[in-house]
Design a protein around this ligand. Sequence first.
Ligand SMILES: O=P(O)(O)O[C@H]1O[C@H](CO)[C@@H](O)[C@H]1O
Length: 203
Amino acid sequence: MHSKEHISHDEYQKTADWLMSQTKHRPQVAIICGSGLGMLADTLKCQDSFAYADIPGFPQSTVQGHAGQLVFGELKGKTCVCMQGRFHMYEGHSLCKEGVYAMVGGPNFETIAEARLLHRLGVDAVGMSTAPEVVVATHCGLRVFGLSLITNKVVKSYEDTESVNHEGVLEIGRLRSHTVQQLVTELIDRMEINNNDNINKSI
Ligand SMILES: O=P(O)(O)O[C@H]1O[C@H](CO)[C@@H](O)[C@H]1O
């Protein structure tokens, strides 16, 4: 997992599973200790420390003064995990991939010309929804988690023989519905009930 462009969910999961099997700590707070600040990790109580080199799939610190350890423990009664050493782009690490979602008005799918324009603008995914809901929810002070299932490749070439249609979108939806249901159910299970208390205060 060393400075790869893309790290798969399975690779992250293997690393996380290994760590969870090695420590009983389940952190509520994660802290990245940069240059000269690694000593904070030494103050954690009931420590479990792991050298980055011993953690399966974990990148290595190359910067002088970065111990290269992941330290689990307690600080002021809160379970924390500290990275004693971070990773930088100048070490060859890429930025985490973030995507840009663009909404088109629909109900037609974007034309090839529109798809090319969106691509040039840096758009990664196209849909016909989600953005208005997020705008309204944010306006109402709600915290939002948006989830879009990517069902198809956007057609950007006039030579492309594939085309997008609603039946195809629904078909992928059916194929993935179980996974999406599991994900949403797990999210709800883990959700803090008080996460919108800023609204309650204003009512
Ligand atoms: O209807 P939602 O869930 O947004 O999903 C997508 O499916 C339709 C296109 O097939 C569009 O409505 C598009 O936004």
